[in-house]
Design a protein around this ligand. Structure first.
Ligand SMILES: [Zn+2]
Length: 335
């Protein structure tokens, strides 16, 4: 296990050194294989689009230019290590979603800092940020490819199938959520995020989907496949340590011992990603929790596998037909 893990970190480092990688390369790194088992990925969706890597520092994030004059320049150089430290405390990486495909990686945070705790997280951070790039391709960059009118049509057709809209829907449903969320669960994380310009709070759907994905990646190593229906997804969520609402619990408890969903009944250590999901769950009212388990999380997951190129996508979860397949084949099917 450790050997595989080290191999992945090595591949990630190599990618970073190259300065770019295709979305497919990063997906393959994330799962250890592509396509992942359990899904039916359309081979025409090649994910050949390239992502550029840049190093994350306060300087290039704020777009500040090289300073002139002895003291300003001296301070800029001298204070840079301090910036790196504070960035390290803040974040490991970020991706631009609306403009070009760029991932900013804070190497210090991803390699040196975690190594102090005998772990490294470069591959995991790349996976998270690459998903943001994919979210951008499936939504924000539509204008670039289809023009204003085409994009407007896509945005309209995706109105209930895009991560941040799915999460907004939950917020509308449960008024308690917004009040509790930042106050209790996310005060640490949201403080960190607030120093990052242009990045929305973690409570936004794009982030929720990204850490949900990271938890699933941790699970995939043990399950050997991804959940294919609601039963399997619920069982997967329980394996992250989430406590299901009563109805969901009795449904899962009543499944036969040899039900396919049982494969997902493992103990998965998904770290911060799982804590974030638990934090959302704890912030909701009882009705909100049922909504989260029966609507929000299945929708976020269905949207995720559609972006990967799963042919059935939302259909697997009784949420209608795949609306992203056509975009993907046209835009990411080349190369
Ligand atoms: Zn993120």
């Amino acid at each position: 296990m450790a050997a595989i893990w080290n191999k992945n970190e090595k591949i990630a480092k190599h990618m970073l050194k190259n300065g770019h990688a295709s979305v497919k390369d990063i997906l393959a790194l994330s799962f250890g294989v592509w396509p992942p088992k359990g899904l039916d990925i359309n081979p025409a969706v090649t994910h050949a689009q390239q992502i550029i890597f840049k190093s994350f520092s306060r300087e290039n994030m704020s777009g500040s230019k090289k300073k002139h004059g002895f003291w300003p320049r001296f301070k800029q150089i001298l204070l840079k290590p301090l910036n790196i430290v504070s960035d390290a405390l803040g974040t490991a990486g970020m991706a631009t979603m609306k403009r070009e495909r760029v991932i900013f990686i804070n190497k210090f945070m991803c390699t040196f800092m975690p190594r102090l705790a005998a772990r490294s997280s470069l591959a995991s951070t790349l996976s998270h940020e690459a998903l943001h790039s994919l979210q951008g391709d499936n939504y924000f960059r539509a204008k670039e490819v289809y023009g204003e009118q085409g994009a407007a049509q896509i945005w309209k057709s995706q109105s209930d199938t895009t991560a941040y809209l799915i999460m907004d829907d939950l917020k509308d449903y449960d008024g308690r959520f917004n009040r509790n969320f930042l106050r209790k669960a996310f005060h640490m994380v949201s403080r960190k995020v607030s120093i990052r310009p242009g990045l929305k709070y973690l409570k936004d759907g794009d982030e929720t989907q990204a850490f949900f994905y990271q938890a699933l990646l941790a699970g995939y190593k043990k399950w050997g496949k991804l959940p294919q229906d609601t039963d399997e997804l619920w069982q997967a969520l329980i394996s992250f340590g989430l406590k299901p609402p009563a109805d969901v619990k009795s449904h899962i408890d009543d499944l036969p011992a040899d039900a396919p969903a049982r494969v997902f009944a493992k103990r998965i250590h998904a770290g911060e990603a799982a804590s974030n999901l638990k934090a959302i769950d704890r912030s909701l009212s009882d009705a909100g929790r049922t909504y989260l388990w029966t609507k929000t999380l299945p929708s976020l997951y269905a949207d995720l596998i559609e972006m990967f190129g799963d042919r059935k996508g939302r259909e697997r979860f009784g949420l209608g037909t795949n609306v992203k397949g056509q975009i993907q084949q046209q835009v990411f099917g080349k190369g």
